[in-house]
Design a protein around this ligand. Structure first.
Ligand SMILES: [Zn+2]
Length: 184
C-alpha cells in the first residue's frame, strides 16, 4: 500500500498469464473518511483489499462507492464480493454498464461456440478453463457516468473508449492525479 495524500494505492499481488505481477486499484479518501474504490482486482482479492485498507487505517465498511474503469476481469473480478460485503454503489461509464450488469458477455471472451470447442480439449490450461466456465459478473450499476461528469471530491470523468467500449479515466483535479485503468 502507498498513501499519497487522499489517494491510497492498493498493491495486490497476482499471477497474470503465469507471471507474478501486482494489481493496483486505488481508494480515494473523501469527506468524513468515506472511500471510493476505483476497480477491485481479480476474483478472490477481497481479503487482500481489506488488508491493504487496514494498512492505511481504513476498513472495508468505509467503502461506499466503487467506480469501474472497465469490465476486464482484473478490474471487476472482486466487484461482486466488495458490493456484497459493503452495499457500495457501483458507477461506470454508460457504454460499460451492460458488461458490469451481465446483460452483455465480456468483450474479450471467445464466443460460446468457440468456448465449447476450447473446453472439449482435455489439455486446456486450467486457468483458461476456469475463465471460460466462470459465471459472468452481474452487479447492479447505480449511476451511468458520462464524459465530463464532476463527481464528489472534484473527480472528473473523462471517457477514454478503445480498450473497451466504456473505458473511463478519472482525473482527481484537487490531487493532480489521473487514473487511466488500462487506457495507457
Ligand atoms: Zn483491461
Amino acid at each position: 500500500m502507498k498513501r499519497l495524500g487522499d489517494v491510497i494505492v492498493l498493491e495486490l499481488p497476482a499471477t497474470l498469464m503465469g507471471t507474478p505481477s501486482v494489481i493496483y486499484p486505488v481508494a480515494l479518501v473523501g469527506p468524513d473518511h468515506i472511500l471510493t474504490l476505483v476497480d477491485t482486482g481479480l476474483p478472490g482479492m477481497l481479503d487482500a483489499i481489506i488488508g491493504e485498507l487496514h494498512a492505511a487505517d481504513f476498513t472495508l465498511g468505509q467503502v461506499r462507492r466503487v467506480i469501474v474503469t472497465h469490465h476486464d476481469l482484473d478490474h471487476i473480478g472482486s466487484l461482486e464480493a466488495v458490493v456484497h460485503a459493503t452495499g457500495a454503489e457501483v458507477w461506470a461509464l454508460e457504454p460499460e454498464v451492460p458488461y458490469v450488469t451481465g446483460e452483455r458477455r465480456a468483450q474479450k471472451l471467445p464466443s460460446p461456440e468457440q468456448a465449447q470447442a476450447m473446453l472439449a480439449d482435455p489439455h486446456l490450461n486450467p486457468a483458461t478453463r476456469a475463465l471460460l466456465t466462470r459465471e459472468p459478473t452481474r452487479v447492479p450499476v447505480s449511476r451511468a457516468l458520462r464524459d465530463g461528469d464532476l463527481l464528489p471530491g472534484q473527480v472528473r470523468v473523462i471517457a477514454t473508449p478503445g480498450h473497451t467500449p466504456g473505458s473511463t479515466s478519472l482525473v482527481a483535479e484537487d490531487l493532480g492525479c489521473v487514473f487511466t485503468g488500462d487506457t495507457l
